[in-house]
Design a protein around this ligand. Structure first.
Ligand code: URA
Ligand code: SF4
Length: 215
């Protein structure tokens, strides 16, 4: 069908966004999104979780294997590390909205086994999914957004974003009219993979403390 192909070629979630409603209406609509090809192989859309009154929003990359199966963000190993770091930084879980830049799990399969291996989303997929993230930002209107890793940083701070040079400092969120600020830090999965895990973890906690102080 020409129409459907045309829409897929555009890679854009916009046509799937409801024109009204709050987070529940958006979560429901996102479950039917096929704005890019990632919906095809994943189990389902993983929308954000948390209340619309949250003062702090955390943005990860995309759901992992466990998040894809459970339908909620940061419920796997990266999430456990993240919530430990948040507790150490004195951030209350109840005051959070947690989501991802990309809402479907992208993976490759091991040649022999059945294991699904995480694959980073492309910039094109990240931009396709961005309307959902912008809708969450508008509906939650947090005081501060913390981006975790390169994908979330690029989604909100532009394609030239680099974690190494741009982390740890609160700044105005580009294109936002509500006074929301953004602070970038590393991704908890990068901490888990790092040979210098302790050091990187301490850096994550330090950035989250800066975030807590900025609230
Ligand atoms: N990594 C992410 O970026 N998000 C999740 O929800 C889980 C792992
Ligand atoms: Fe839609 Fe985002 Fe899923 Fe792509 S990744 S199909 S844009 S929800």
């Amino acid at each position: 069908m020409g129409g459907a192909e045309g829409r897929e070629a555009a890679y854009d979630a916009t046509p799937f966004l409801p024109d009204r409603g709050g987070l529940p209406a958006h979560r429901k609509a996102a479950a039917g999104c096929w704005g890019c090809p990632l919906h095809r192989d994943a189990t389902g859309t993983v929308f954000g979780r948390g209340g619309s009154g949250a003062r702090l929003m955390l943005v990860g990359e995309q759901p992992g294997d466990q998040e894809d199966r459970e339908g909620a963000p940061f419920v796997g190993p990266a999430g456990r590390l993240l919530f430990r770091a948040l507790a150490e930084a004195g951030i209350d879980e109840d005051d959070l909205y947690v989501t991802n830049a990309v809402k479907h799990f992208k993976f490759t399969r091991e040649e022999t086994g059945k294991r699904r291996i995480h694959k980073a989303p492309s910039l094109r997929e990240t931009l396709a999914c961005r309307p959902w993230l912008l809708a969450e930002l508008r509906l939650v209107s947090p005081e501060l957004v913390v981006t975790l890793g390169a994908t979330a940083g690029r989604a909100l701070l532009g394609p030239s974003f680099r974690v190494g040079t741009d982390r740890g400092v609160p700044r105005p969120l580009p294109g936002d009219g509500n006074g929301t600020r953004v602070l970038a830090t590393v991704h908890p999965s990068a901490v888990l993979r790092s040979p210098r895990r302790e050091e990187m973890y301490a850096g994550l906690v330090a950035d989250l403390r800066t975030a807590a102080d900025a609230l």
